[in-house]
Design a protein around this ligand. Structure first.
Ligand code: G3I
Length: 414
């Protein structure tokens, strides 16, 4: 291949960047000594015309082109005066009345790895609960060696997003680290339990607004659940756990959290009795958490009346783990009934001044415990897997708007 060939314009068209004769951008620099090509008058005129056209277009754009968006959004974002601004999607946290938090359980992996998940979590909720990161097995897999990272990340995220943290959970019969042996003498069991409660609550002192001190202490028949704590320490372990937590952070609200108490059940009756006895004994129980893992086709019997009777004990009440599972497939009719259940639970919480928090157990069907635990069920959350808002999300927004339109006045039933 000789030099002349090049001068007469038969350059191989394929290799990129051959426009500029030499220097950066071209895939291969011109060989030294290659004579420069002389341009014909016609070419010069056409180049001139093109340049002129470009200048004209530039001026035109300057005068009539896109303007910087008023809200200082990303530069270059195209918001011409004619194009309708994309309406900011109404979020639940924007609509919540003062004094009631709207929360979600947080999946640690998604919090670290999924920006869309983080965005929705930050924009929709003003409170969060660790779905698993603050459980004993996650925090202290090896005796005395704490794995704080997941829990720290969650608390830091909440602080960056103006969210309250609801701590879940200090004493539970599940997720107990394997190194806690039921064969230990009672004093040793008691010592490690006290050490754990104190270590966790102290670490987040002033940064966690409430703790599930004990979780699921009752059996379905209302008796105390047969756990290693009950067997080794007797029923007093509940009061001790509250006193240890209170000593570690006197400012934190301390809850007893339970499921199957959303309606007038034997378990709910037993919990009223237990809490009344604890408070009479001066145990610092501040509130009761209603987990509320519900079904689309089953409405709790008298949720409002039940919330009220716990509130009448001088307690705060909170919906702590709400989801409404659907027998799949999730048809539009089932999604509407699901929305009605979500709305009913929110109405009950808004109707009871002592109801301080309304938390869903995960907000997207993409990150829900339901399919893994309730075979044939799913679609339990406010957002689908994309995550797009479902009728349940719209129902909650609508109920909050109606509530604020009524000036927060709760219509008397019937
Ligand atoms: O993180 C490990 C992972 O490393 C391992 O590969 C995988 C396979 O075994 O397990 C992962 O841990 C799982 C963890 O969720 C995180 O996904 C545990 O096995 C699994 O048991 C745990 O399930 C949680 C369950 O509580 C038990 O802690 C669910 O996500 C969580 O939604 C559920 O939440 C409970 C509340 O705490 C109390 N009330 C009822 C509610 C629903 O069961």
């Amino acid at each position: 291949m000789t030099a002349e060939m090049f001068t007469l314009g038969r350059e191989p068209a394929s290799y990129p960047g051959s426009q500029p004769e030499s220097g950066y951008g071209s895939s291969r620099p011109a060989a030294p000594g290659t004579p420069r090509r002389i341009r014909s008058p016609v070419t010069l005129v056409s180049v001139g015309l093109v340049l002129a056209a470009l200048v004209a277009l530039g001026l035109l754009l300057l005068r009539h082109g896109p303007k910087e968006p008023a809200d200082g959004g990303p530069s270059g974002a195209l918001t011409s005066p004619t194009a309708p601004a994309t309406p900011k999607r109404q979020s639940l946290r924007d609509q919540m009345p003062p004094g009631v938090r709207i929360g979600s359980a947080v999946d640690g992996r998604s919090l670290s790895l999924d920006p869309a998940y983080r965005d929705l979590l930050g924009s929709e909720f003003n409170a969060i609960t660790a779905e698993n990161a603050m459980k004993w097995r996650s925090l202290e897999p090896v005796p005395g060696v704490y794995a704080w990272t997941g829990a720290d990340q969650l608390v830091e995220f909440a602080e960056r997003h103006g969210q309250a943290v609801y701590g879940h959970t200090l004493v539970w019969h599940s997720d107990v680290p394997k190194w806690v042996s039921p064969d230990w003498p009672a004093e040793r069991v008691r010592a490690v339990l006290q050490e754990h409660v104190t270590a966790v609550v102290s670490r987040y002192r002033g940064r966690v607004w409430a703790w599930d001190v004990v979780n699921e202490v009752l059996d379905e028949d209302g008796s105390l659940r047969d756990t290693v704590w009950l067997r080794k320490l007797g029923p007093g372990y509940i009061a001790d756990a509250f006193r240890w937590a209170h000593a570690a952070d006197p400012g934190a609200r301390l809850f007893i959290n339970e499921y199957g108490i959303e309606g007038r059940t034997r378990k709910a009756d037993a919990l009223v009795k237990l809490v009344r006895e604890l408070r009479r004994a001066g145990v610092p129980v501040d509130g009761v958490g209603f987990q509320s893992h519900l079904r689309w086709d089953q409405q709790p019997r008298d949720l409002l009346g039940n919330l009220r009777r716990f509130a009448d004990l001088g307690l705060s009440v909170a919906v702590t783990e709400l989801d409404v599972r659907i027998a799949l497939p999730a048809t539009p009719q089932k999604l509407e009934r699901q929305a009605a259940v979500y709305r009913q639970v929110l109405q009950a919480c808004l109707a009871v001044p002592a109801c301080v928090s309304f938390t869903v157990w995960g907000f997207t069907d993409a990150r829900s415990w339901i399919p893994g635990y309730h075979r044939g069920y799913g679609a339990a959350c406010l957002f689908d897997t994309s995550p797009a808002p479902k009728p349940a999300h719209a129902a909650l927004l609508d109920e909050l708007r109606r509530h604020s339109a009524r000036g927060g006045i709760v219509p008397s039933p019937g």
